[in-house]
Structures are given as C-alpha cells and as structure tokens.
Design a protein around this ligand. Structure first.
Ligand SMILES: [Zn+2]
Ligand SMILES: [Zn+2]
Length: 133
C-alpha cells in the first residue's frame, strides 16, 4: 500500500478515503476499467454509488492525478498519470500493458504529410498477450 495523501494534495485534491482507495487500486493493478473499479470500491465502501466513483474519477483526471486510456471497442481504463506511453491490449483477455516508444518520427511524418498540428500521440496496439497466444 502506498500513501497517496501527499500526492493527492500536490494535485490540489483532498485526500478522501475514496480517492485514496482509487489511487491504491490503480497503483496495484495498473489499468482498471470503471466496472472493476466499482467492484473493488464496493468491498470497502458498501454504499458507494457508481456516480460517486465517476465524480471522483473526473476530478482526479481534471487535476492530472490520473488519466483515462481510451481503447477502441473496449471500455476506457484508468491509470495513475505517468510519462507519455503507448499501450498493448490483448483482444482475448483484455489485459492492458504499458510500452514506452519514441513516437516522434511517426508524429513528424504524419504532421508533415497532412499539415496537421499534432499535439500528442499515444498508440494502442491490439493482439494477443503471452498467456493467450
Ligand atoms: Zn490475453
Ligand atoms: Zn498505461
């Protein structure tokens, strides 16, 4: 268990028990979708609603404490904010893994050939994880 009280405060967030639990859950599992998060939260806060979790998630995203990873054809997952990285997603079991890649040459190529001003690039690779191959 990590103590996220200070880091929450550093992001101008009150360190409520719910937010601490969300932070610890994301720390423990890496990437968690809203349904799994709800289930985990229910074990600790037996009357918590999905709306409350969303409210907390949204303010934690606004304050850049956590971030949403959008995955095509799958529910978004949430993770603690870290350096820019891409993701590997298993089509079979849904496992999400981080991968750090230098996307600068791809971004440059894309910007150059389209005149699009690229601000951010994060790739999602889909396929089969080691266990599902
Ligand atoms: Zn898999
Ligand atoms: Zn990630």
């Amino acid at each position: 268990m990590n103590n996220f009280t200070d880091s929450l405060r550093a992001h101008h967030l009150k360190a409520t028990p719910q937010r601490l639990e969300i932070a610890n859950t994301l720390y423990k599992y890496g990437h968690v979708n809203i349904e799994d998060l709800y289930e985990i939260m229910l074990k600790k806060f037996n009357s918590i609603s999905l709306a409350t979790i969303y409210k907390n998630i949204n303010i934690m995203i606004e304050n850049a404490f956590i971030q949403e990873v959008k995955i095509p054809n799958q529910k978004s997952v949430y993770e603690l904010t870290k350096e820019a990285h891409s993701h590997l997603v298993c089509d079979k079991c849904g496992m999400v893994e981080d991968i750090t890649l230098d996307l600068s040459s791809i971004s440059e190529l894309a910007a150059h050939s389209t005149n699009f001003q690229i601000k951010k690039a994060d790739l999602v690779f889909s396929g089969l994880c080691k266990n599902c191959q």
